[in-house]
Design a binder for this molecule. Structure first.
Ligand code: SF4
Length: 440
């Protein structure tokens, strides 16, 4: 391949979960440290990083069509790097199928992007899907930029091996970042303007470490210590597993004022037989018991979940169990998906795959039920006055958008600025957002 001049501009396109968004932000900082600037809206970037997600069937195919779309009218292409979970899962396969790609880098190796770039500019094609001993966090540049809300990855990987999931294969075994590094990175995010920090992990509540005095702590201990940082106004965390919801973490919801009254706890199905086939290692009853304890600790807590419809073998009756679970919980919001066979996962070779039209119908019914539940939650919030963290301007003159403590999208008009925490009365509820009246 021909050599190319050093790129002046970059664009990082991240797909999928918040962890990928976080990794995308870190890769952008890394490229910024190399003196490469972000391409502006509509500007043709010299270097494009496709930070991919592998959760859905079409995810991998989508990467190849995205690569194809990078070809310019004059037939030239930018320097292309494929990162994220498809890079980890497919590696050299991407090089074979897409000759224009110069770099393939996995989620645990992107701290080596600068060296890979030198190789690529010299005309070589490089792949790095290592899961190295040294973690990327030891090498990545310090955080310098942040909006009012920021993500902070505290844990990576997963040891649960749900039978439908690729994460344990693409992100590796569970690792917890060091307590001191997390306190330091949080401090940098606050200095850079953050008011709210969301702690991230594929299994965030599996995080464990030693605090500044060498004492063993879990996620609740980390949350309590972060809450002591004066400039930090709000703390959130995602994504959790029901089996790692400790008594300490549940108690923190009742005792730590800066911990927002919001719990995202995936369950996937309302049928114990399906949960067993998914290797979720919890039952519907144990899941509901965790939610009950969370509600006891924090009665106004907003609950969120994840659901999969059409898992191999799921019967009509078992799907009905999922619907009744949703109705019994009263979720404030939820993510819901059709089952998607992922290569290399045990479920992909299971019998009883559900017909696509049946999956479509089940998803339609589930989302209708979830929509009613979300609207009911928003309506029940009307008349409350709460703090809203202003995230950006709205479309209308003088309109601002932000999030309530229950992670509801709130819009209001009046005197405010990005990063402000303002008091707003919730006056009109929609399924996905609430209109507010600025009180102060
Ligand atoms: S707990 Fe989550 S990330 Fe881990 S295997 Fe299950 S679905 Fe995947």
């Amino acid at each position: 391949m021909a050599t190319t001049p050093p790129p002046q501009t970059y664009r990082v396109k991240s797909f999928g979960c918040q962890m990928n968004v976080y990794d995308g932000e870190r890769m952008a900082e890394l490229l910024g440290e190399q003196g490469i600037r972000p391409a502006t809206e509509g500007e043709d970037a010299d270097l494009v990083v496709l930070n991919t997600c592998h959760i859905r069937e079409k995810a991998a195919e989508k990467v190849y069509s995205d690569i194809g779309r990078l070809k310019r009218d004059d037939g030239t292409v930018p320097l292309i790097a494929v990162a994220g979970c498809v890079a980890q899962a497919e590696g050299e396969e991407i090089m074979a199928r897409a000759p224009t790609v110069r770099m393939v880098v996995g989620p645990q190796a992107y701290h080596r992007l600068p060296e890979m770039l030198v190789e690529a500019q010299a005309g070589r094609r490089v792949t790095d899907t290592d899961m190295p001993a040294e973690t990327k966090f030891d090498v990545l540049p310090r955080r310098r930029r942040s909006g009012p809300t920021a993500f902070l990855t505290v844990q990576e990987g997963c040891d649960k091996f749900c039978t439908y999931c690729v994460v344990p294969y693409t992100r590796g075994a569970e690792i917890s970042r060091a307590y001191a590094d997390l306190i330091d990175e949080a401090q940098r995010l606050l200095e850079a303007g953050a008011k709210e920090i969301t702690l991230l992990g594929q299994n965030v509540n599996a995080w464990s470490g030693e605090d500044g005095k060498g004492r063993p702590v879990g996620l609740d201990g980390l949350i309590r210590d972060l809450a002591a940082l004066p400039d930090l106004a709000r703390i959130r965390y995602t994504t959790s597993h029901p089996n790692d919801m400790t008594e300490g973490l549940i108690a923190a919801h009742g005792e730590v004022a800066k911990l927002m009254p919001f719990l995202h706890l995936p369950v996937q199905s309302g049928s114990d037989r399906v949960l067993k086939a998914m290797n979720r290692s919890h039952s519907v009853a144990s899941y509901l018991a965790v939610l009950d304890r969370a509600r006891t600790a924090r009665p106004d807590i907003a609950l969120s979940g994840d659901f999969i419809v059409g898992f191999p073998g799921e019967s009509d009756a078992e799907f009905e169990e999922t619907l009744s679970l949703v109705e019994s919980v009263g979720y404030a919001q939820c993510f819901s998906f059709k089952y998607s066979a992922r290569p290399g996962t045990p479920a992909a070779t299971m019998d009883g795959h559900v017909a696509p039209e049946v999956m479509d119908e089940r998803l339609r019914r589930l989302q209708a039920t979830l929509g009613r539940s979300q609207l009911a939650f928003n309506r029940a919030s009307l008349g409350k006055t709460c703090e809203v963290l202003v995230e950006r301007k709205g479309k209308l003159p003088g309109q601002w958008l932000g999030k309530s403590p229950w992670l509801q999208s709130v819009h209001f008009t009046g005197e405010a600025a990005v990063g402000d925490l303002v008091r707003v009365e919730l006056v009109e509820a929609g399924p996905n957002s609430i209109a507010g009246r600025l009180v102060q």
